[in-house]
Design a protein around this ligand. Structure first.
Ligand code: NDP
Length: 295
């Protein structure tokens, strides 16, 4: 059996297009475009690439992109001052502080400063609390994108056994909350979990968010399971190559012989993250302007 390859890239393209159409409609109604502000501190090359592609995608979706760059030695006060300014700016609907921050800065304090109404990354205590309470709010982009892919395949997830590997604030925990809200029976595994392969063999849904290349093997999976691979890991380059290959947390080749459906890396969950960020910005913009969002 060969698993269905879940095409996150195509799904994300469709979502970005729908967001773009609604964003144009929003601009007509509100008399201004929705706006996303991205804050980058320092010159980490990977973060620079992410910020650039977020900016481009934002503009392509008929929204304004505001990029703010601070030097590596920026102070906590400077950064928090910038967040305060963006909180107060009515043109800005969403604020994203690109993580990780340089080590001398207090990440949580910066995130806590973001107005919950503009928390498009869903990481403030208010957003995390609302998700845990089952209340409407802004949800972290990667897990929400993963849930969209799962619902696209299965429709109703109710009663399914789901194992989420990873318990980070960014991915694992919110993913588990979202699956619980869909009435899955959810297990959260982490580095201290005993007998992970055994746990996975009972899972209809596996979400791997670990950061360990190809850790999940085919013989850990229940035949027909749906596998969402969030991991992005770069292998060491082959001799003569400049860059190593990108792989997920799941051994894709062998796992696709057992799973029913599986996301590839790249081209699976990754493209969903930016598309959901745009969607979250649009949701925030409608709420900030008190305009109903019908889609
Ligand atoms: P973290 O490092 O914050 O969390 C990793 C989690 O994996 C931790 O909970 C850790 O457990 C757990 N873990 C580590 N080793 C094992 C093990 N041997 N067995 C079981 N669990 C283990 O990472 P993130 O959640 O931020 O990201 C996870 C992966 O997803 C990374 O590869 C990252 O690059 C990728 N990612 C991809 C995104 C996308 O857009 N596709 C977006 C965000 C992340 P413990 O808590 O006990 O330490």
């Amino acid at each position: 059996m060969s698993a269905r390859r879940i095409d996150g890239k195509a799904f994300a393209a469709g979502l970005r297009e729908r967001v773009g159409t609604i964003a144009a409609d929003f601009a007509g109604k509100a008399g201004r475009k929705a706006g996303l502000a991205v804050v980058l501190v320092g010159d980490d090359p990977a973060s620079q690439v992410y910020v650039r592609s977020k900016g481009k995608a934002t503009v392509a979706a008929n929204m304004n992109s505001f990029e703010h760059r601070l030097p590596t030695d920026a102070t906590q006060e400077q950064l928090e001052g910038l967040v305060d300014t963006l909180n107060a700016n009515p043109e800005v609907d969403g604020i994203l502080v690109q993580l990780p921050l340089p080590a001398h800065l207090n990440e949580q304090a910066v995130v806590d400063r973001i107005a919950p109404a503009k928390d498009v990354d869903g990481l403030t205590p208010v957003s995390t609390g609302r998700l845990a309470l089952g209340l409407d709010g802004l949800v972290p982009c990667t897990p929400l994108g993963s849930l969209m892919l799962l619902k696209d395949i299965h429709g109703d997830l109710s009663g399914m056994n789901a194992v989420v590997i990873g318990r980070s604030i960014l991915v694992g925990k919110p993913m588990a909350q979202l699956l619980l809200a869909e009435s899955c029976t959810v297990t959260i595994a982490h580095s201290r979990t005993k007998n992970l392969p055994e746990l996975l063999r009972g899972a209809d849904i596996v979400v791997a968010a670990v950061g360990r290349p190809e850790m999940v093997r085919a013989d850990w999976l229940k035949p027909g399971a749906t596998v969402i691979d969030v991991g992005i890991n770069r292998l060491p380059p082959e001799p003569g190559a400049e860059k190593g290959k990108l792989v997920g947390d799941v051994a894709y080749g062998e796992a696709s012989e057992v799973a029913g459906a599986i996301t590839p890396v790249p081209g699976g969950v990754g493209p969903m993250t930016i598309a959901v960020l745009l969607r979250n910005t649009l949701v925030a913009a409608h709420r900030n302007e008190n305009i109903a969002l019908t889609d």
